[in-house]
Design a protein around this ligand. Structure first.
Ligand SMILES: *[C@@H]1O[C@H](CO)[C@@H](O)[C@H](O)[C@H]1NC(C)=O
Ligand SMILES: *[C@@H]1O[C@H](CO)[C@@H](O)[C@H](O)[C@H]1NC(C)=O
Ligand SMILES: *[C@@H]1O[C@H](CO)[C@@H](O)[C@H](O)[C@H]1NC(C)=O
Ligand SMILES: *[C@@H]1O[C@H](CO)[C@@H](O)[C@H](O)[C@H]1NC(C)=O
Length: 651
């Protein structure tokens, strides 16, 4: 009874402390206004409830108080900014061509500009694309796809004509694929915006609304609401995330009733569907796999920390493990993955990477965490390098079979069957990704959403969204990025090979008509890297902002609970190869640079030869322990791995 009373009091006290803010403007709102929003059922989207900030507090799960001046900025539903101002036709319909006509249809452009085919990349593994998708998923939400698959599934039916949200893509009669089918329409809806939800008057420029927090904080694991983390994430024991063990493999907890978003599970055999703070973990195969590995990595770190510091309580272990996990993911993204695609020299020159292994502090309290509308959008270019098959290999590296990766979306159950997880893990560092060669995998272009739709073309969708986001023409971004000017199609030769300029001339009337995504598709790749230059420019603009606007950025020496120099050096040893050695199923050998294919320069090695980040740098002198016994890093790796295996064996 007393306990109950205590909880009641605490709940009331907490409820009182919460302040309500408008999510779009970030300004506090009155209780009457909150009530009005509750009645309209828009509170979830339009309101942030936030406890007052404590400057000494670490990174919040909900992203609030990332900036002490603009405390909602950094939280879920922080508005995006635009690198360049929007352009629309009237009523926020897509802009027209220079001559005043509708632009050519998205599907026509996609089939005209990009061929379908399969060619393996010489350098990169599918692990690289999967990691990239995972990091994009950290700052995105997938509701714009869910919207036309589940919420408004009628856009290609007569009912769709009466719903302004429905903006399906027409398939021309002479379409190279569908002239042989009767499909003439691809489902699509307008992107969800503050205006479409009703948070902001709809006679203003539509601003996209996104649920993920706009900082790199592993929100796919930890969610973006403290309540969900407490209910679905934490085990409240030894700093661990909840987990299940099945046949010697650790998994996030699963939904027991067989429900959830895993719509493509092949029932009755496939039942696994993660029950985690953020459902998005169950989405694309790449997101799913990386989320499982980082989920385990949290528990790997927490287990290690509890051995290093036996006197730490659950809370301290949990939040330290989370902080380290986020730092490792960010370190791998910035210092291993991005250099591979964008070029190490390029990123150093442009200030994305730290020139020294020590601390760096670019924090500016005048900037707040925010994602540009363009950043996640241009990353869709990677659809052209998405490999359509997921190859499975046994643990000796023998090829077993392949499955279409589009069939793996919303199908967590597949990974839980037989030894699939072992085979898929091997495939991630053995299989090549698709080459950046102006070609798109036929599956991605025709059955992008797998069994969820009869037909879907992810790249047609990308080009069509380009217009509903109101992006300026390609050449405007090119001018912004490279100070070049474009008057005629011939000026495009600065950026695009002649035969592809020809293609553009055939489909667009005027050089100013070219859509941002169409231009990016056809650009020559950047020198010293493997991405189109305009994509590079927009991504770098974003990354610089992330580093400067995130008060809890892991390389900062002055943030709350900052790493020591020694700890930061340990974080810098992180690699995706090490991660798979630590938490990948049955990984004993891997190449040191696992985003690159196995080659004579990058041979398979025993995991004992892959650099290891020791957790002894986190040793707390207040805890009396055995510390120094395990100093050599070789032993350290095995020591921590054994602790983790003991957890799995429940010893
Ligand atoms: C209120 O909104 C939520 C989330 O957008 C939705 O799931 C629910 O069905 C809505 N309820 C009503 C009564 O409209
Ligand atoms: C704004 O909302 C009104 C009333 O719901 C609707 O009739 C109108 O079409 C909307 N306009 C836009 C641009 O969405
Ligand atoms: C993939 O899904 C399609 C339906 O979209 C189905 O016809 C096909 O058999 C599936 N392939 C595999 C290997 O599961
Ligand atoms: C459009 O969506 C509906 C509902 O999900 C689906 O039945 C239909 O097959 C889709 N159309 C196409 C062309 O995929």
């Amino acid at each position: 009874m007393l306990l109950l009373l205590y909880f009641l009091l605490v709940t009331v006290a907490n409820a009182k402390l919460m302040i309500n803010y408008d999510s779009f403007t970030g300004i506090p709102i009155s209780l009457e206004e909150v009530k009005r929003r509750d009645e309209m059922n828009i509170t979830f989207w339009c309101t942030n409830q936030i406890e007052p900030c404590d400057p000494e507090e670490g990174r919040r799960v909900d992203g609030s108080c990332s900036n002490l001046r603009y405390i909602t900025r950094g939280a879920s539903h922080t508005p995006t900014y635009r690198v360049l101002p929007a352009v629309y036709d009237k009523n926020f319909e897509p802009r027209l061509s220079k001559s005043g006509h509708s632009l050519p249809s998205a599907r026509f452009l996609r089939t005209s500009l990009l061929a379908e085919g399969r060619l393996a990349d010489r350098q990169f593994t599918t692990l690289a694309t999967n990691f990239l998708v995972f990091m994009a998923g950290d700052v995105l939400s997938l509701h714009d796809t869910v919207k036309y698959v589940l919420w408004k599934p009628y856009c290609c039916q007569p009912k769709g004509k009466t719903d302004r949200d429905c903006v399906p893509n027409k398939i021309p009669d002479d379409d190279p694929v569908h002239r042989f089918s009767n499909i003439r329409c691809l489902n699509m809806t307008r992107p969800e915006s503050f205006q479409s939800i009703g948070c902001v008057r709809n006679d203003t420029v539509p601003e996209r609304i996104m649920s993920a927090t706009p900082t790199f904080d592993l929100s796919l694991l930890y969610g973006n609401k403290l309540k969900s983390l407490l209910e679905k994430g934490r085990l409240f024991q030894s700093g661990l995330l909840k987990y299940e063990v099945e046949k010697g493999r650790m998994w996030p907890p699963s939904i027991q009733t067989g429900g959830g978003v895993c719509l493509s599970n092949q029932k009755p055999q496939e039942t696994r569907c993660h029950n985690t703070p953020d459902d998005s973990m169950n989405s694309l195969a790449g997101i799913n796999l990386l989320s499982v590995w980082f989920w385990r990595l949290h528990n790997f770190i927490a287990t290690g920390l509890s051995k290093v510091n036996p006197c730490w309580n659950d809370d301290k272990l949990f939040y330290t493990a989370r902080d380290i996990n986020i730092a490792i993911a960010t370190q791998i993204f910035f210092y291993e993955l991005l250099p591979a695609y964008f070029g190490h020299e390029n990123l150093l020159r442009d200030g994305v990477l730290s020139p020294t292994p020590g601390f760096r502090d670019h924090y500016s309290e005048h900037l707040f965490p925010q994602i540009s509308l363009e950043y996640p959008f241009v990353l869709r270019w990677f659809h052209t390098t998405q490999e359509g098959n997921m190859n499975l290999y046994d643990t000796n590296g023998n090829y077993l079979k392949k499955v279409p990766i589009v069939n793996m979306t919303l199908r967590t159950g597949f990974f839980g069957m037989d030894d699939n997880m072992d085979y898929v893990t091997q495939g991630n560092f053995r299989q090549a990704t698709a080459k950046a060669d102006y070609m798109v995998d036929p599956d991605v272009a025709e059955v992008g959403l797998g069994p969820q739709q009869r037909a879907s073309d992810l790249l047609t969708d990308d080009l069509a969204k380009n217009r509903y986001f109101g992006f300026q023409p390609y050449i405007k971004y090119r001018e912004f990025c490279f100070k070049q000017s474009f008057k005629s199609f011939d000026d495009l030769l600065q950026a695009i090979d002649p035969e592809r300029v020809e293609l553009l001339k055939e489909v667009y009337e005027n050089v100013q008509d070219i859509d941002l995504m169409a231009g990016i598709w056809l650009e020559r790749l950047i020198e010293g890297g493997n991405v189109p230059p305009t994509l590079y420019c927009i991504v770098v603009e974003q990354l610089l902002r992330v580093v400067a606007s995130d008060r809890h950025w892991y390389e900062r020496p002055n943030r709350p609970n900052a790493f020591t120099y020694e700890q930061l050096q340990d974080i810098r040893k992180a690699s995706v190869a090490r991660m798979l050695c630590d938490v990948g199923d049955k990984v004993t050998h891997i190449q040191r640079q696992a985003f690159y294919r196995i080659s004579p320069n990058n041979p398979l090695r025993n995991c004992n030869d892959i650099d290891v980040a020791s957790l002894w740098a986190w040793k707390d002198p207040k805890c009396d322990n055995l510390g120094s016994q395990f100093d050599a890093s070789y032993n350290t790796a095995n020591f921590f791995k054994n602790q983790f295996l003991k957890l799995i064996r429940n010893e």
